[in-house]
Design a protein around this ligand. Structure first.
Ligand code: HEC
Length: 164
């Protein structure tokens, strides 16, 4: 069979196949875009719901040089079991080095601590006195921002990242 005849026959097969293939690719691409979107928006969605008045609240301990350290201790006590010793994130809870957290206002973080995201497993911390909540906010703001890749800060406690 000459190349031409062969090609003419092949085209009849290839053309529909190509169309089906394209459709499958497209469908797949849309699917994974949806899934990606879903994952990306799962955490930190709460930030968008914080009322303006709460969002713009200033951290009264902003200028207190001891606040981040005090917050770090409180974090180890209350938050590390879910978010990891240096807030790097665990299977249970997201990294708080994430850009979303670092870009959030102190008032936003304070509001999230006060109200929790209970239906998603983030407890309410209104039982912690306000100054302690602000200390934790100071600590969170002192973290190095990453794209949420879970990079470990150099101030890890010895061995804290061994326990994954
Ligand atoms: C029982 C586990 C648990 C503990 C303890 C915990 N968290 Fe969370 N936290 C979560 C989970 C789960 C999420 C993700 C919620 C979501 O998907 O929106 C979260 C989310 C967050 C967020 C982002 C808010 C959002 O909308 O996702 C911040 C900020 C945060 N936690 C700070 C803290 C701090 C500070 C403490 C300690 C005072 C703490 N968490 C203690 C489980 C926990």
């Amino acid at each position: 069979m000459s190349f031409e005849t062969y090609w003419r026959a092949a085209r009849f097969l290839l053309f529909p196949l190509a169309i089906v293939g394209c459709c499958m690719l497209l469908a797949h691409a849309t699917d994974s875009a949806d899934i990606h979107d879903h994952l990306h928006h799962r955490h930190f969605a709460e930030f968008a719901k914080v009322p303006e008045k709460a969002r713009i609240r200033v951290n009264p301990l902003e200028a207190d040089p001891d606040a981040p350290l005090a917050g770090r201790k409180l974090f180890a006590q209350h938050c590390a079991e879910c978010h990891g010793a240096s807030a790097e994130g665990r299977r249970k809870a997201p990294s708080l080095h994430a850009e979303e957290v670092q870009a959030a206002t102190p008032g936003t973080l304070f509001w999230v601590l006060t109200n929790g995201v209970v239906r998603r497993g983030m407890p309410v911390w209104s039982k912690l006195p306000e100054p302690q909540r602000w200390q934790i906010v100071s600590f969170l703001k002192s973290l190095p921002a990453t794209a949420g890749t879970g990079a470990h800060a150099s101030h890890d406690e010895p061995g804290s990242h061994m326990e994954h």
